[in-house]
Design a protein. Structure first.
Length: 134
């Protein structure tokens, strides 16, 4: 699949403002900016750490997948994202290997990346995002 790095760790938070303070003030990492992703009903903030990022996700609606995640399990690590250079090819490869996909086709995520999620049932319990940055 040509995974060349851990792209980011996604963390579900109740409030971007409250949670950002920890990363900014305690860890000393400035956010890259805040962006809304209407498709996933979230507002996200990225914090760059070396070649990887920390993505904070705040739900913008009650039926946001992130709101449902927080209601069920509380705030915390939601997914892990690895960088691939060719997402359609990676999805094709996953399908051929019998991997269960949440997204059969690439969709547009934060930062205009092309993303697709892989089901935790196929990854040992981790929601995995495949991420292609253009
Ligand atoms: Zn993500």
């Amino acid at each position: 699949m040509n995974v060349d790095r851990l792209d980011h760790i996604g963390i579900a938070v109740e409030s971007l403002e409250t949670s950002s303070a920890f990363y900014r003030d305690v860890l000393g990492i400035e956010p890259d900016g805040v962006e809304e992703v209407p498709d996933q009903k979230v507002k996200v903030a990225f914090f760059t750490v070396g070649e990887s990022k920390i993505e904070l996700l705040e739900p913008t609606a009650e039926d946001s997948p992130i709101a449902q995640f927080i209601a069920k399990r509380g705030a915390g690590i939601h997914h892990m994202a690895v960088r691939v250079d060719d997402l359609p090819a990676a999805l094709e490869q996953a399908r051929a290997a019998g991997i269960r996909l949440i997204d059969e086709e690439p969709r547009v995520g934060a930062g205009n990346a092309r993303i697709a999620f892989v089901h935790p049932k196929s990854t040992g319990g981790v929601l995995l995002e495949l991420c292609e940055r253009r």
